[in-house]
Ligand binder design. Structure first.
Ligand SMILES: [Zn+2]
Length: 284
């Protein structure tokens, strides 16, 4: 009998240890990206002549929004067909070289998380944007797993704090902000209901040179991401809580939306229109 309890105790301790290791591994991956591997070979791409090209980059080494990424491919493929854009969807970082980037009118970090590019590839993207290219980020592209100063400063423009945990997904009204760019605002819905994982940032990107496209009422959601071991979070961005914003970056453009956690987002007409406008504006 004594032996039985000894084995039981070891089993419970072992399971507890395993859970602790798995949880620590998950948190590390979400915060830093793992495993990190870089593709350095230039892929073969046949760019059609006289067709604006869009690079849809869905590589993740941090948290993977698998369902959202899959759903987004269908949405972007439909938009490309409708607008006669050439869409290149990939998770291969080898495409981030000056020569091939120059062929694209816009690059989308599609829920791309973690460390996905090596320093030369990062520099190639920075130069591409500063010299007139367009970089668009969706949801996870704005979390804090990228560890890349230029990127954080110019794409989300704000440091990610957390997402709500007790009420991870919440439905609320998304409100169009005062006109900032007619091409971007063209035909956007004034107000719509949307369910998402509402990201909270430490800073307000609108105070840092960005213009808001859509905002929610930050006081109408429960922003709490409170966990025992997570402290010093920002628990409110106020009544104007931006969820889509843009700015001119060098000669180019950057646009980010914190929406896009779920697959259904990419089937919602108002969100699809926002993405269509962001690309039309980016490709101009
Ligand atoms: Zn998410």
């Amino acid at each position: 009998m004594k032996k039985f309890f000894k084995y039981l105790l070891y089993t419970v301790l072992g399971l507890f240890l395993l859970l602790a290791v798995l949880l620590a591994g998950f948190i590390y991956k979400v915060k830093n990206g793992f495993p990190v591997s870089y593709e350095t070979e230039k892929p073969a791409i046949n760019f059609p002549a006289k067709q604006p090209a869009v690079l849809l980059f869905s590589k993740t080494t941090g948290f993977r929004h698998g369902e959202a990424i899959e759903a987004s491919k269908g949405m972007f493929s439909d938009l490309a067909q409708k607008n006669q854009w050439f869409l290149h969807e990939t998770e291969d970082g080898g495409v981030f070289n000056a020569e091939q980037l120059a062929q694209f009118g816009a690059v989308i970090f599609n829920n791309s998380t973690g460390r996905v590019l090596n320093p030369e590839q990062q520099k190639a993207l920075e130069d591409y944007v500063e010299n007139g290219g367009c970089l668009i980020g969706i949801h996870g592209a704005g979390d804090d797993s990228h560890h890349w100063d230029w990127y954080e400063k110019n794409l989300p423009g704000a440091q990610f704090s957390h997402h709500p945990i007790a009420h991870q997904l919440q439905e609320t009204a998304v409100n169009l902000q005062p006109l900032g760019d007619s091409l971007l605002w063209n035909g956007l819905a004034d107000k719509w209901k949307h369910t998402d994982e509402w990201y909270v940032f430490f800073d307000d990107p609108l105070q840092k040179g960005f213009t808001g496209v859509y905002a929610i009422d930050g006081e109408a959601i429960d922003p709490s991401g409170n966990l025992l071991w997570i402290k010093n979070k920002n628990f409110g961005m106020g009544p104007v809580h931006p969820v889509a914003w843009f700015k001119k970056t060098g000669e180019g453009r950057t646009f980010y939306t914190s929406m896009g956690h779920t697959g259904t987002t990419f089937k919602q007409a108002e969100f699809i229109k926002l993405m269509e406008n962001a690309l039309t504006w980016g490709l101009q």
